[in-house]
Ligand binder design. Structure first.
Ligand code: PSU
Ligand code: MN
Length: 305
């Protein structure tokens, strides 16, 4: 059988052998979700936040045909500045590795790599979901299927308001993915604390979230959990402010014929322009907030914690 080209950084390898808590971090947010140099500054700040909260960060990407779990500072620098990096999901991860390629991992691909490295907790900004107009385009992120299959608890700030949030929640329910809001009963909408929809589950204690993760395994259920952590109040952008701008960004995407993998990066960039950078500032704040919560869940996952 082909051996999996998986390389742990020294810090992650040490944490893994001592059983210390580890938090996986994705890299598509670095290459496709934020402009340089804010992307690099954020990636570093998120790693620092995880460490300050008592866990070891493991940023995941594919570099020259190898899955890196935990990236050395030079590798992170290189990825943040590179242009034309592939965006890897479940469908293209193996092909990229087989060809010795380089790519950033989405939520789906990061979950796969984290699980292979024995990491159960992952922090990001927002997951992919069902796009608006999916009844025509069929554009549904592979992130949703991955949550149903791969046993990783993903901490996100809900789903981006550029998605069809009711349909995203319906698909998650169909797939049997637990969707757990933290600190409130509403499902958050990324840049805004409330989407106007209730979350199916609420758990305020990291210990409960860790126990629920282990209980799924005990039941023999595959898949992970989606933890929906609202953006801090001070950093949120009101849903009413964003709604017309999202509609405009979507119209622009349609007018330009943007489709497939390009949709999410295009909408994020367009909203950054339309809000004069406010969505980026909010995005950075919510990722840091998710990193802190994920570190606490990872600590609670450690046997005997
Ligand atoms: N959240 C962000 N920025 C991003 C993404 C999420 O704040 O760039 C990325 C994640 O990697 C997620 C991906 O997995 O967008 C979803 O892309 P798609 O809809 O094509 O599956
Ligand atoms: Mn898509």
């Amino acid at each position: 059988m082909t051996a999996l080209p998986l390389r742990l950084s020294a810090e992650v390898a040490a944490a893994s052998s001592s059983g210390a808590p580890i938090v996986a971090l994705e890299s598509t947010i670095i290459t496709h979700g934020m402009p340089y140099p804010q992307n690099l500054a954020t990636a570093r700040a998120v790693e620092a936040e995880v460490r300050a909260a008592g866990a070891v960060p493991a940023t995941i990407a594919v570099i020259a045909g190898e899955i890196r779990v935990g990236m050395e500072p030079e590798a992170l620098d290189g990825l943040a500045q590179a242009t034309g990096v592939a965006k890897l999901s479940r469908a293209d991860l193996a092909a990229c590795l087989a060809e010795g390629g380089t790519g950033a991992t989405t939520v789906a691909a990061t979950m796969i790599c984290a699980a292979r490295a024995g990491i159960a907790v992952f922090a990001t900004g927002g997951i992919g979901g069902v796009h608006r107009g999916a009844e025509q385009s069929f554009d549904i992120s592979a992130d949703l299927q991955e949550l149903a299959q791969t046993p990783v608890t993903v901490v996100a700030a809900g789903a981006k308001a550029i998605l069809d949030i009711p349909k995203t929640l319906e698909v998650l329910e169909t797939l049997g993915v637990p969707v757990i809001a933290v600190g409130q009963s509403g499902f958050p909408a990324f840049w805004s604390r409330e989407s106007g929809l209730a979350a199916p589950l609420r758990m305020d204690a990291p210990e409960a979230i860790a126990r629920a993760h282990k209980m799924r395994a005990a039941l023999g259920l595959p898949g992970g959990q989606l933890v929906a952590n609202p953006i801090p109040q001070a950093d949120e952008i009101a849903a009413e402010t964003l709604a017309p701008l999202i509609a405009q960004a979507q119209r622009d995407a349609d007018a330009q014929g943007i489709s497939g993998k390009a949709v999410t990066p295009y909408l994020l960039q367009r909203l950054f322009e339309l809000t004069k950078g406010r969505t980026l500032t909010a995005n950075i704040a919510l990722v840091l907030n998710n990193a802190r919560l994920a570190a606490r869940i990872a600590q609670a996952m450690v046997p005997g914690a």
